[in-house]
Design a protein around this ligand. Structure first.
Ligand code: AMP
Ligand code: MG
Length: 326
């Protein structure tokens, strides 16, 4: 009898294993250049051909939104709003309207630290699309003079963005005002790309636009997507690794886009209150429920600094932040 049971044992184990085996999934990874950044989509799925098809749909959505929101394209709705500043209201798509509405609500939430009307300040400091080549040639700049700063600051203020929801119109109250969605658009686009994957039946995926990420569920058998937080002082090393699933991450820092005046480094994130580049932090990483929220908050917290930033997110559900100072 005993011998008989012994013979059965391996078979039983094999059957049990067969019964429990997880469905086989393949990892499919694709990249594309969008919004000036390499965007990578990673999907775990049983059928690689299906995964590739849906990933391509997500990239097509990313391209559509890039064109819709760009300030580089003079025919985009955002460029038209800017051209008509102080002149007339502009009727926009529901999508652009809602994004601007969301951006203004982050301004309210952050006491104005986040403000898409910083466009004129970005130009004053030389962070404009037209200046990109000059900037690459030399990062040395002049400090703006006091009267130019005062004049420019008078063109900045989210309360001067007038929205009419019943007609989907946007009007910038003063001539010379300019909106710039650079601190929120990438997150929004990443969320929309993730939504296309989800709608296509994909459950386990990560969309990563140069550090702005949206994770769907973790790969099967794993608790989370492991994401490295870049060392602000060295692009090749990682200072922390976090796990995310069904949430998003974004980082704002002064280590990629900056310029130098008299040996001092200035970041491309401007404090709308003073008109000067925010200083004090090297980077802020925010983990939130959507990439848009993580994107907007990481920029705002970079301006607000660690103390006020922690105070702000304390009450917000699903939001965590990692601060790095000088
Ligand atoms: P991010 O990398 O998401 O922090 O976005 C930085 C970009 O947002 C800058 O390059 C500007 O285009 C824009 N920006 C700069 N300062 C602000 C601010 N205080 N609020 C909103 N957008 C800003
Ligand atoms: Mg941002």
């Amino acid at each position: 009898m005993i011998v008989k049971y012994r013979n059965l044992l391996p078979l039983l184990v094999a059957l049990l294993l067969a019964g429990c085996a997880a469905p086989k999934t393949a990892m499919v990874k694709q990249t594309s250049l969008l919004m000036g950044t390499v965007v990578e989509i990673t999907v775990h799925h049983e059928d690689p051909a299906t995964a590739r098809k849906i990933i391509n749909e997500a990239f097509a959505e990313g391209t559509r939104l890039q064109n819709l929101l760009s300030i580089y394209d003079k025919n985009s709705e955002i460029s038209i709003i800017n051209r008509k500043a102080g002149i007339e209201e502009v009727k926009v798509s529901g999508e652009v309207f809602s994004l601007i509405e969301d951006a203004l609500s982050y301004s309210e939430l952050t006491g104005g630290a986040f403000d898409i009307t910083v466009g004129p300040l970005l130009e004053l400091w030389g962070f404009t699309p037209l200046d990109a080549e000059k900037k690459a040639a030399s990062r040395q700049r002049q400090m703006p003079d006091k009267s130019a700063m005062e004049k420019t600051l008078s063109l900045v203020g989210y309360r001067d963005v007038h929205l009419d929801r019943s007609r989907n119109t946007v009007k910038l109250a003063k001539r010379g005002m300019k909106i710039d969605l650079g601190a929120i658009a990438k997150g929004y686009v990443v969320d929309q790309m993730a939504a296309v994957l989800r709608a296509g039946g994909i459950r386990n995926a990560l969309v990563n636009a140069g550090g702005d990420m949206c994770a769907l569920a973790a790969p099967l058998g794993k608790k989370a997507w492991r994401v490295g937080i870049q060392d602000p002082h060295s692009s090749n090393s990682v200072i922390d690794v976090i796990g995310i699933s069904n949430e998003a991450v974004a980082t704002s820092g002064d280590y990629e886009k900056f310029f130098v005046i008299n040996g001092k480094r200035f970041s491309h994130i401007i404090d709308p209150g003073t008109g000067y580049p925010a200083s004090g932090l090297v980077s802020v990483t925010v983990i939130a429920r959507t990439a848009m929220e993580a994107d907007a908050l990481s920029t705002a917290l970079f301006v607000m600094g660690e103390e006020k930033g922690r105070e702000l997110i304390k009450e917000m559900s699903g939001v965590r932040a990692i601060f790095f100072s000088q």
